[in-house]
Ligand binder design. Structure first.
Ligand SMILES: Cc1cc2nc3c(=O)[nH]c(=O)nc-3n(C[C@H](O)[C@H](O)[C@H](O)COP(=O)(O)OP(=O)(O)OC[C@H]3O[C@@H](n4cnc5c(N)ncnc54)[C@H](O)[C@@H]3O)c2cc1C
Ligand code: FES
Length: 328
């Protein structure tokens, strides 16, 4: 079972007719763009922090999905004073430097991690930011007033381009061609799959290399990290060796070939990060420094992550006899 905290809700803010921000009465470190995993009734769901570290109280913003269980649970049940079970912040949808120029694309609730990045970069960085923000119509624009305020406070650094489906129809790759002057920036994309496909296509066809395109996919977990996990696979006796650098310490363990890396590290008492344990969220991402692993499942890392040596510890089995990994 995951090590979770119980966190009290300080406030619930109705952002739009179907989106609420849940503000926590807590303080914990995280990076802009990271997410929390909440126990929502019988399920666990990931929600990105829309707050900026050191600037606001931590908060997530949840949009009610038609027929969705977890989002409805949050919108209908969470009130000031509610105590929620929460896994530690996780995820790799976060700029390497807040001084970078950033080209940000968000659609609907995809604004959540992007908002955290925008606020953090404006307050603590020096780069220019261009945000393209797509929504169904004006009433569904989350954080409209806050974005207006930031754009007028930082006119030299922040450009917000709204795209309203009700007025302009669905965006196509051709529409984004006008953004060509900004395509040397680091790109961050978050929204429904068809939106991200169109944006990725526009960026790639303008020659933006994969390493400058960072994507966050909003999917629902099918497993529940708040429940006990049973290692059912039989040992066959064969072992590799893994050296792990985590939290400034180095550890070396025999690594049974049937055992997933995350399971091994937790068994050894290490506080390795994770959330879904099913290859869907990237909370357990780490980097291979030496050797090779194979992943049983990967719904979240793209080719560029893999080329960088990033793997999901929750899905990794050893291929070579020795493997060295680091958590960054
Ligand atoms: C890293 C990460 C960050 C995220 N951040 C945010 C955030 O900041 N804000 C936010 O609002 N969301 C965020 N999400 C998405 C969130 O975790 C949930 O996926 C979302 O709230 C929907 O969950 P739900 O339980 O309400 O819907 P679900 O019950 O999971 O259903 C989702 C939709 O799928 C349909 N559906 C469900 N099961 C099936 C099925 N078997 N066949 C066909 N259709 C089905 C439902 O009808 C519904 O329309 C994030 C996800 C990830 C992975
Ligand atoms: S814990 Fe979610 S991908 Fe590994």
């Amino acid at each position: 079972m995951a090590e979770y905290q119980q966190v009290k809700v300080a406030d619930v803010i109705q952002e739009t007719a179907d989106a609420v921000s849940v503000v926590f009465d807590a303080d914990f470190p995280y990076r802009p763009g990271q997410f929390l995993t909440l126990r929502c009734g019988d399920v666990a769901r990931c929600y990105s922090l829309s707050s900026a570290p050191g600037l606001d109280r931590p908060q997530v913003t949840v949009k009610r999905i038609p027929d969705g269980y977890g989002s409805a649970w949050v919108c209908d049940n969470v009130r000031p004073g509610t105590v929620l079970d929460v896994l530690p912040p996780a995820g790799i949808f976060t700029p390497k430097s807040l001084d970078d120029n950033l080209l940000l694309f968000a659609a609907g609730s995809g604004i959540t991690p992007v908002m955290s990045i925008v606020k953090s970069a404006l307050a603590h960085g020096t780069g220019k930011l261009v945000l393209v923000y797509a929504n169904r119509d004006e009433s569904s624009v989350i954080f409209a007033a806050r974005l207006r305020e930031l754009a007028s406070r930082y006119p030299e650094r922040l450009l917000v381009v709204h795209w309203l489906e009700s007025l302009q129809g669905l965006p196509t790759a051709r529409h984004f061609a006008a953004l060509r002057p900004f395509m040397g920036y680091q790109s961050f994309l978050c929204g429904p799959a068809p939106f991200m496909d169109v944006v990725s296509q526009a960026l790639r066809s303008s020659g933006v290399p994969r390493e400058r395109i960072h994507v966050e996919r909003f999917i629902s977990l099918s497993g529940n990290p708040f429940e006990e996990v049973v290692d059912e696979e039989p040992a066959d006796g064969s072992e590799a060796t893994v050296q792990v650098d985590l939290d400034g310490e180095s550890h070396t363990f025999p690594w049974p070939r049937h055992k997933k890396l995350l399971d091994l590290l937790l068994e050894k008492g290490l506080a390795a990060p994770y959330s879904c344990r099913e290859g869907a969220c990237s909370a357990c991402a780490c980097r291979i420094e030496r050797g090779e692993v194979k992943m049983l499942q990967n719904e979240i890392l793209d080719q560029e992550d893999l080329d960088d040596g990033i793997v999901l510890a929750c899905q990794s089995l050893p291929v070579t006899d020795t493997v060295r990994i680091t958590y960054t």
